[in-house]
Design a protein around this ligand. Structure first.
Ligand code: SF4
Length: 83
């Protein structure tokens, strides 16, 4: 089945290729000025003395191809993290 652009059920099927693009460029941008650092799906993985950020809503591997940056523009799956 071919993923339908913008359909949240299909977004998890999409694989991020390369390390240069943020998820917002692949699945669509959140209409506000939010960033991944403010999203409840942004998780920090500590490995040795470094923290790598991954998204709980998208496929994750142990490699850099699925890393996200805190300053990345929020994607359409953004949900505000209320702490
Ligand atoms: S779901 Fe949240 S943390 Fe994941 S890419 Fe979208 S905005 Fe960033």
């Amino acid at each position: 089945m071919k993923p339908e652009f913008g359909n949240p059920k299909h977004i998890a099927m999409i694989k991020k290729k390369g390390t240069g693009k943020c998820w917002a460029d692949i699945v669509g941008r959140y209409p506000g000025m939010e960033h991944c650092k403010d999203c409840k799906f942004c998780q920090g993985w500590v490995h040795h003395d470094k923290t790598y950020y991954k998204c709980e809503k998208h496929p994750v591997t142990n490699g850099p191809g699925t890393d996200i940056r805190l300053k990345d523009h929020a994607c359409i799956l953004f949900e505000k993290d209320v702490k």
